[in-house]
Design a protein around this ligand. Structure first.
Ligand code: NAD
Ligand code: USQ
Length: 404
């Protein structure tokens, strides 16, 4: 039961790589609150990308050191901090030897599809950072903590938008009279999403070859900003990206509605994806940790709670905005990406529910609170950074110094 798993979790050591980011910070605090011993590993490179691109989170986040100090004052719990790049194996090895994790939650990647499509340099950086970082984590687990469970953030985007149902990681195929259960076909559509495909292959191989235990969480698009822990103090506030490079669909639409910018529907708006509330991200990760994969097992969970098209989201935000007296209008923006704008989409997502996930479905209450949140910080919004400026087709070898 949940109570038993929480009880047995007490004291378990969890390394959260990427713990200064959007999903990672909320997860680190949630796990700490639940009684896990948490160490955050982060290079803080995400804060550097923002500076280099001249963008900023909607919310005024303080330094990671201040965040941790505040959490300690409020909760009485300790969070360890190891600042470094997991692509530097000496750093990662020291982190493993000093902390001795029993599970590693790996959020620490360059996670924006548009960022990976800015220019050749960013495309190569994204695949190097993500693929080599994950390879280093796999080697570190083998060498220093072979029992350690890897909980790796993947993406629903690994599957693309096939014209058949999407299964959870594997599909049973009947071919020329023989049957096998094989990895579900991957059709990612950005250099970022492809980096996750490469990671999945490397993880699957090392589970088989070295007997590592891993769970690949193919997460959908995350929305929302508050979790019970990040809401406890302004210095614990989470980041909320709304710009055209790091901002994601629903979060962007809420900020756009709050500042009177038209909602930016790319192309026809029939693009359908899996979505989940950030409160469910933290729940799913905890469920994966509390129910580890077996040695040698490469487990895949599809981590989302509902499917929406971009047009569905625009409609929901328009309705919720109008209730608050906002004038909301959606426009069709020429699609900067290469993707299907009308397609079949039906993805399975039962494994986390079977483990006990209690979803927070998208509700009027959530939209209302996210819109109010965006209105509260609306003076921080830079209107010039909302429209998309990265084209899948125009990417070239020339370094872009102004990705705005
Ligand atoms: P984020 O950019 O807010 O956080 C990522 C963190 O990882 C940052 O703090 C960054 O500094 C750190 N990092 C990156 N490379 C590193 C390295 N080499 N060494 C150490 N630290 C490094 O991203 P997020 O939105 O929190 O996403 C976290 C993970 O979840 C990513 O792997 C992403 O692909 C996945 N994911 C996110 C979403 C979403 O909607 N945000 C959806 C599905 C999957
Ligand atoms: N879109 C719009 N208007 C916008 C922003 C996006 O129409 O203003 C469309 C995009 O074209 C796309 C869909 O909405 O069809 C989702 O785009 P997104 O930017 O919200 O999400 P995506 O690029 O897919 O990436 C995000 C995270 C990434 C994660 C992924 C999960 O940044 O880390 O892996 O969601 S998934 O989409 O399931 O692959």
């Amino acid at each position: 039961t949940r109570a038993e798993s929480e009880e047995s979790a007490k004291g378990k050591k969890i390394m959260v790589i990427g713990g200064d980011g959007y999903c990672g910070w909320a997860t680190a605090l949630h796990l700490s609150k639940q009684g896990y011993q948490v160490a955050i590993v982060d290079s803080l490179v995400r804060r550097l990308f923002d500076q280099q691109l001249g963008i900023d989170t909607l919310t005024p986040i303080v330094s990671i050191q201040k965040r941790i100090k505040r959490w300690n004052q409020i909760s009485g719990k300790q969070l360890d901090l190891l600042v470094g790049d997991i692509c530097d194996f000496d750093f990662l090895a020291e982190a493993f030897k000093s902390f001795e994790p029993e599970a590693v939650v790996h959020f620490g990647e360059q996670r924006s599809a548009p960022y990976s499509m800015i220019d050749r340099g960013r495309a190569v950086y994204t695949q190097h950072n993500n693929v080599i970082g994950t390879l280093n984590v796999l080697f570190a687990i083998k060498e220093f903590s072979p029992e350690c469970h890897l909980v790796k953030l993947g993406t629903m985007g690994e599957y693309g938008t096939p014209n058949i149902d999407i299964e959870e990681g594997y599909i049973t195929i009947n071919h020329n009279g023989r049957t096998d259960t094989l990895p579900y076909p991957k059709q990612a559509s950005s250099f970022y999403h492809l980096s996750k495909v490469h990671d999945s292959h490397n993880i699957a191989f090392t589970c088989k070859a070295w007997g590592l235990r891993a769970t690949d969480l193919n997460q959908g698009v995350v929305y929302g900003v508050m979790t019970p822990e990040t809401a406890m103090h302004e210095e614990l506030i989470n980041r909320l990206d709304y710009d055209g490079v790091f901002g994601t669909a629903l979060n962007r639409f809420c900020v756009q509605a709050a500042v009177g910018h038209p909602l930016t529907v790319y192309g026809k708006g029939g693009q359908t994806r899996g979505y989940l509330d950030i409160r469910d991200t933290v729940q799913c990760v905890e469920l994966a940790i509390a129910n580890p994969a077996n040695r040698g097992e490469f487990r895949v969970f599809n981590q989302f709670t509902e499917q929406f098209s971009v047009n569905d989201l625009a409609k929901a935000v328009t309705k919720a905005g109008e209730k608050l007296g906002l004038e909301v209008r959606a426009i069709s923006v020429p699609n900067p990406r290469v993707e299907a704008e009308e397609h079949y989409y039906n993805a399975k997502h039962t494994k986390l529910t079977e483990l006990g996930l209690q979803p927070h479905f998208l509700s009027d209450g959530l939209l209302d609170s996210l819109l109010n949140f965006a209105m509260k910080y609306s003076d921080r919004v830079d209107m010039a950074r909302i429209m998309p400026a990265v084209s899948w087709k125009k990417i070239g070898v020339k370094p872009r110094t102004d990705a705005s």
